[in-house]
Design a protein around this ligand. Structure first.
Ligand code: NDP
Length: 251
């Protein structure tokens, strides 16, 4: 009985959980884990509500938690309020998934396109993780999973901002993993190649798949299975890793 109550208070927070890869992660965690799902989004409430419906259909429980990962004040206020209403709750899994692209050649790149992308992926990771990590360390257990990208691993022309943001999160993943490993908190990054979502809907899949050994874009569900494993107890000795999931395009 006590165990049951404790389990009901454990949450997994997925930033950018309203659509795409984030939604698939919410649903997969609802299927695979004991966690209640905290679905973060920035502006698309309808999409977030659809994710919640799917979480429930998958047999899980969830809540919406809107905030802008870029805005530290918004992150802190939302999480403080949430914690106030959930006194015994523990966010044990953090999936830093929110991300955007503002592609363009570096020479023509506007400062706002540089800053928005860095702010979302890199500062978003900082704002959310910095706010929550103390609780993981006190509880001596946690899983932090950062959604990075093939672009952060190898650099992609036309995406200097995005490559820099994701590359920086990769470095932070490795550094943070070493700081917190003794306390059973693991920190890993998942680096997808081309995955069919809103983010890639403008790309020419027919043309691009010629350079992908698997000859297709990946699905959000495929990424979600990997995240679900990293979020589980089974991944306990994996930390500081950057795991590619890209149909063989780069290793
Ligand atoms: P989508 O564009 O489909 O979804 C993006 C999600 O992020 C939405 O839920 C959106 O919320 C949320 N979001 C964006 N900005 C913010 C913010 N400032 N605060 C809170 N939430 C925000 O993207 P994908 O699912 O394709 O991508 C998810 C992650 O995977 C990103 O980090 C991306 O960089 C990475 N990735 C994706 C690849 C791909 O091919 N799709 C390849 C490699 C990495 P809302 O609905 O409210 O707008």
């Amino acid at each position: 009985m006590q165990e049951e109550i404790e389990e009901q208070n454990k949450y997994a927070l997925i930033t950018g959980g309203s659509r795409g890869i984030g939604r698939a992660i919410c649903i997969q965690l609802a299927k695979d884990s004991k966690y209640r799902i905290l679905i973060n989004y920035r502006s698309n409430k309808n999409a977030a509500e659809e994710t919640l419906r799917e979480v429930v259909l998958a047999g899980g429980q969830g809540e919406l938690l809107p905030f802008d990962v870029v805005d530290a004040e918004s992150v802190n206020t939302s999480l403080d309020q949430w914690q106030e209403n959930h006194k015994d709750a523990i966010i044990e899994v953090i999936v830093n998934n929110a991300g955007i692209t503002r592609d363009g050649l570096f020479m023509w790149m506007k400062p706002e396109d540089w800053n928005e992308v860095i702010n979302t992926s890199l500062n978003g990771f900082f704002n959310v993780t910095n706010r929550l990590i103390k609780q993981l360390l006190i509880n001596k257990y946690g899983r932090i999973i950062n959604m990075v990208s093939l672009s952060g691993v190898k650099g992609t022309a036309g995406q200097a901002n995005y490559s820099a943001a994701k590359g920086a999160v990769i470095a932070a993943t490795k550094a943070l993993a070493q700081e917190v490993a003794k306390r059973n908190v693991t920190v890993n990054a998942v680096a997808p190649g081309f995955i069919a979502t809103d983010l890639t809907s403008d790309l020419d899949e027919k043309e691009l798949k010629k350079m992908i050994p698997a000859n297709r874009f990946g699905t959000s569900g495929e990424v979600a299975h990997l995240v679900s494993f990293l979020a589980s107890e089974k991944s306990s000795y994996i930390t500081g890793e950057i795991i590619n999931i890209n149909g063989g395009i780069y290793s």
